[in-house]
Design a protein around this ligand. Structure first.
Ligand SMILES: [Fe+2]
Length: 204
């Protein structure tokens, strides 16, 4: 039996009509957006794989849908077929829905293939072991951080895994496999402003 694979995604903003315009998403309405994003997740991530969901999953919009926050959380969670979904909460996620996930937290660090991954919804400039090669994946910026990284943090090992940035990178609304994250970040030397007189990683 194949080993479970690891994937990450953030900022789905399901049921959030304004995100179409705000994030220049190519959808006619939120129903189409929801269907494409959920299909992208389910065709990529198998039920026994592991998915890291880095926050801002949906808007409840109770007046229109008649579903409160928790009902909305259940509505969308059951449409993701992956059983092992770990939530790193975003600014739109409430703790009342924590129990729907395999784990829920504001911050998470894991190791995969001897590589450390530090996860948070909002991006950091320094993070655990950033001076020795760890990766930081985040959401929240909807690809808006890219120009800043390109200009000032080119060798920094952080990546926006929000669905809008993934669409820019891959042309698809679906999670990134950890090997795809590694392919991007392993090419960067690293940047460690927390170490005096050292701007680049040399110890990786
Ligand atoms: Fe956010």
């Amino acid at each position: 039996m194949p080993q479970p694979e690891k994937y990450a995604i953030a900022d789905l903003h399901l049921n959030h009509e304004n995100s179409i315009q705000l994030c220049s998403r190519p959808f006619i309405n939120k129903e189409e957006m929801d269907a494409v994003i959920l299909e992208g997740i389910n065709k990529t991530v198998q039920p026994r794989d592991t998915l890291y969901l880095l926050g801002d999953n949906f808007f409840s919009n109770e007046k229109e849908t008649g579903r409160n926050y928790l009902e909305t959380a259940k509505f969308y969670r059951k449409q993701i077929k992956c059983r092992n979904v770990h939530l790193v909460r975003g600014n739109h996620d409430k703790k009342s829905a924590d129990y729907l996930f395999s784990s829920s937290q504001d911050f998470l660090k894991i190791k995969d293939n001897h590589q450390k991954y530090i996860m948070c919804h909002r991006p950091f400039l320094c993070w655990d072991s950033s001076h020795s090669g760890s990766y930081h994946i985040h959401g929240h910026t909807h690809a808006g951080i890219n120009w800043y990284v390109e200009r000032f943090l080119k060798e920094c090992r952080l990546l926006d895994v929000g669905v809008d940035n993934i669409y820019l990178l891959k042309g698809e609304f679906r999670p990134l496999h950890f090997s795809e994250i590694d392919e991007i970040l392993s090419k960067r030397l690293g940047f460690c402003p927390d170490i005096k007189d050292t701007h680049h990683l040399l110890s990786v």
